[in-house]
Design a binder for this molecule. Structure first.
Ligand SMILES: [Zn+2]
Length: 61
């Protein structure tokens, strides 16, 4: 039994991992491609981690 759900898709999962979402901006005529990392970390399920760009959060525990 778990009350933990993915903070991205709300799917209940015991294998949630703390990540930071990364927003990718494609290259355009007036700027290069870039990636912006969201400051606040979220718990994501394996499905979201396989589908969306993100960055692992170092956990000292
Ligand atoms: Zn998810």
């Amino acid at each position: 039994m778990t009350d933990r759900v993915c903070e991205n898709c709300a799917f209940p999962d015991e294998e949630l991992v703390l990540v930071r979402r990364v927003y990718l901006t494609p290259e355009a005529w007036d700027r290069p491609a870039s990636a912006q990392v969201v400051e606040e970390a979220e718990l994501w399920c394996v499905s979201c981690r396989s589908q969306y760009p993100h960055e692992a959060v170092d956990d000292d525990d």
